[in-house]
Design a protein around this ligand. Structure first.
Ligand SMILES: [Zn+2]
Ligand SMILES: [Zn+2]
Length: 221
């Protein structure tokens, strides 16, 4: 407080620069910690609290420095948006080459995606015991990549009622050697009734896919 009083005493008038390059000149109420200029009540930094009309003033910050700070924050946000858009664009452009490199060299990483479907055939003619048929499905094996989000057309079991609708599922996703992204667990009930072939990876995950795929290639580089 001592320093502040001394400073104001040295320059008791607001030093805010007006448009005509003169200074405001009204009695100062504080001194800015950033630019060290004295400011009056009009040229004091302030915020309106979110969701209310209460005004918060800053005892040691001028309106010029606050404005400059807000500009910097906004520029940084714009730059971050721009950089994430750039990353997505780069990943989208480079993804096919990475996928093709992996499918050519990383065959050792593939995991099976076989599953057995159980179909009830109802009770036997001479015995009330239910009989089942087992159908082996051998889906193309795939390299596990990571959890990614799919959109799929969900058809509820008639027993459960309700209507078909688009749904989202985040599941372990793999890359087949033929270059397709697929869910690793095909037996998952959601895919079973709809067919996972009808599901698709939602766009916007290219950068994350690229980051998950790149390290897989490293041991083969
Ligand atoms: Zn200032
Ligand atoms: Zn002023």
């Amino acid at each position: 407080m001592g320093v502040w009083s001394a400073a104001v005493a040295n320059s008791p008038f607001c030093e805010y620069e007006l448009r005509d390059a003169t200074t405001c000149g009204i009695a100062a109420i504080g001194r800015c910690r950033t630019c060290e200029q004295a400011f009056c009540a009009t040229h004091q930094a302030r915020d309106i609290a979110r969701g209310s009309s209460a005004i918060k003033t800053y005892v040691d910050w001028c309106i010029t420095c606050q404005g400059r700070h807000n500009d910097e924050v906004r520029d940084a946000a714009t730059k971050a948006d721009y950089e994430s858009a750039r990353r997505l664009e780069d990943a989208t452009a480079n993804l096919p080459a990475l996928v093709s490199a992996l499918t050519r060299t990383a065959a050792a990483l593939v995991k099976p995606r076989d599953w057995t479907e159980t179909i009830s055939k109802g009770p036997g003619f001479f015995s009330p015991k239910l009989r089942y048929t087992y159908i082996a499905h051998d889906e193309e094996p795939a390299i596990p990549v990571g959890d990614f989000t799919w959109r799929y057309w969900f058809v509820p079991h008639p027993r459960d009622g309700g209507s078909a609708e688009w749904k989202f599922a985040t599941v372990m996703t793999g890359l087949t050697l033929s270059g397709n992204f697929v869910p690793m667990d095909v037996q998952e009930p959601a895919w079973r009734r709809t067919g996972f072939e009808a599901a698709y990876l939602i766009p916007g995950q290219e950068a994350a896919l690229y980051e998950a795929l790149e390290p897989l290639l490293q041991p083969f580089a």
